[in-house]
Write a protein that binds this ligand. Structure first.
Ligand code: ADQ
Length: 489
């Protein structure tokens, strides 16, 4: 089968968060299963060019319609970890993808709408006829709309679309001129059963369009699939997801075990695995040295997160203080896009400067994240909502015990040490329900108490988490079933 991944991110060359990991890990696994996979990305200037092999121009002067004009594009191809990627760059004063970063620009919707039209135009003119286009999140939601409203008639006849929702907090709600930009007719599409936003009848909801026009829609865990159909977590899209229930499901993400494997990880000083957990000790020491924490036998509580509303930033701030109050060591690695949140954490960083047991690194640093996972004992994940969450899965692979809120994919992967109905061998962390400081504090106290007073049980929790197969094998086969189900032949 020929699968075209269309995405705003692909790790490690263009990653802002978990979406990049998923596109990379799933594509690699599909290739390993003998499928033909190509990934289509914007040609950002911020791409990690050093990690792209054999980059070359494959198309110049691709005319992509834009309102009643067109913009010339250039398409390059290159290999990333054996995956063939195409990079679409616009040659116009808009400099859509020459902004030094992936997201956060005032015209993000225009940029990605343009990308959607450009990808289809490239497929059409280069003779590509994927069996399935797999799109991700709001940025690529216009692909199925354009395909069914326009490109099927132009020649992409038997192409079908699988659309994955990674985060309903970003739906792409914008003015209707976005439709005119890509050549679609607002009068036809601005209806309650198509692209009209459920809350604002004058606005377009791009994610809703992706849901309506795709052949199959999934989100990234079964629990989040249920939550977004049945609770406020749907953020206004509950109705449309219910309407399209027959083509909707949850597929739990995997993690790439070539990247996230403590036995082979090149970024950590001492390899270890579930059978040789003692190897973790050298990594704990290395982490303390790297961050300038004192070498003291205290539990290391970590945070590795985008510092975003979704991740429960107010509880993270409380958790940092509480870990210190409980005489633990604290290592935070986080980056904030929102200036208010960035300022809050910058102040916290200032306040904790020089503290022997507390270090906040406010940056995006992939390598340091490996060392933190390898050295930490526990990780805080107090998310307000969590479609799947890779952090807890990576952490557990490295013998880190998650302290997480019971939502979305966290509820599907973390099983409470004390209160789970699962056998002890499957329990691997601590959960809390209420979005309150006291609920987080109680879970932290249970975890820290076990670490201090029953180290042999704590070790067993670590091992339970490490033993679970979280590779892409199973999810990739589930996606293949979906693709086979929707493809034409
Ligand atoms: N400052 C930093 N430095 C280095 N690395 C950092 C970092 N901050 C975060 N990371 C890394 O980024 C990834 C985060 O993945 P998540 O799935 O937890 O979150 P995200 O919300 O971005 O993804 C969204 O999409 C994914 C994929 O579907 C869903 O799992 C998730 O629930 C949804 O919110 C992890 O690999 C983590 O190690």
């Amino acid at each position: 089968m020929y699968i075209a991944m269309v995405s705003a991110e692909c790790a490690p060359i263009a990653k802002a968060g978990g979406l990049g990991d998923v596109v990379h890990g799933l594509s690699r696994e599909l290739l390993a299963l003998g499928q033909e996979v190509e990934v289509f990305l914007p040609g950002y200037d911020s791409l990690r060019h050093d990690l792209i092999e054999g980059r070359r121009e494959v198309c110049r002067g691709l005319r992509v319609p834009y309102f009643d004009q067109w913009i010339d594009c250039r398409v390059d191809s290159g290999e990333v970890d054996g995956i063939t990627c195409f990079f679409i760059e616009s040659d116009s004063p808009h400099r859509f993808f020459q902004r030094g970063r992936i997201y956060g620009e005032a015209d993000d919707a225009d940029r990605f709408a343009f990308f959607c039209r450009a990808v289809l135009e490239f497929m059409l003119t280069s003779g590509r006829r994927p069996d399935v286009i797999h799109c991700h999140d709001w940025q690529t939601a216009l692909v199925p709309v354009l395909l069914f409203e326009m490109y099927q008639r132009l020649g992409l006849t038997d192409v079908r679309v699988c659309y994955s929702l990674h985060n309903l907090g970003y739906q792409g709600v914008v003015g209707e001129s976005i439709l005119r930009q890509v050549g679609l007719d607002p009068a036809r599409l601005m209806t309650p059963d198509r692209l009209q936003d459920p809350a604002n009848p004058r606005a377009v909801n791009l994610m809703k369009g992706g849901i309506v026009f795709s052949n199959f829609v999934n989100t990234v865990s079964p629990r989040y699939a249920w939550e977004i159909q049945n609770t406020e977590q749907g953020m206004g899209l509950q109705g449309v997801l219910k309407t399209h229930d027959g083509k909707f499901g949850g597929v739990l993400n995997g993690i790439d075990d070539a990247v996230w494997n403590p036995a082979t990880d090149r970024h950590i000083p001492e390899p270890f695995d579930a059978e040789q957990l003692d190897g973790k000790e050298a990594n704990r020491r290395a982490l303390r040295d790297y961050l300038g924490l004192v070498q003291d036998e205290k539990p290391i509580v970590a945070v590795v997160s985008r510092l975003d509303y979704q991740k429960g930033v107010h509880l993270l701030r409380f958790g940092i203080a509480h870990a210190c109050a409980l005489d633990c060591q604290l290592a935070l690695l986080g980056a904030a896009l929102d200036p208010v949140v960035a300022e809050q954490f910058r102040r916290l960083q200032e306040d904790t400067e020089g503290h022997p047991d507390c270090r906040l690194v406010l940056a995006y640093d992939e390598e340091l994240s490996h060392l933190i996972y390898a050295g930490a004992d526990m990780i805080l994940i107090p998310s307000i909502y969590e479609p799947c969450g890779l952090t807890q899965m990576i952490a557990m692979k490295y013998g880190v015990v998650p302290i997480a809120r019971r939502v979305g994919g966290l509820a599907d992967t973390v099983f409470d040490a004390n209160y789970s109905d699962r056998p002890f061998e499957e329990r691997n962390g601590y959960l809390f329900d209420d979005l309150t400081e006291s609920a987080l504090a109680a879970a932290m106290e249970r975890a820290i108490d076990l670490w201090r007073n029953h180290p042999e049980y704590f070790r067993q929790l670590q091992i339970n988490g490490m033993r679970v197969d979280r590779s892409w094998g199973r999810p990739a086969r589930q996606y293949l079933d979906i693709y086979s189900h929707i493809r034409v032949h």
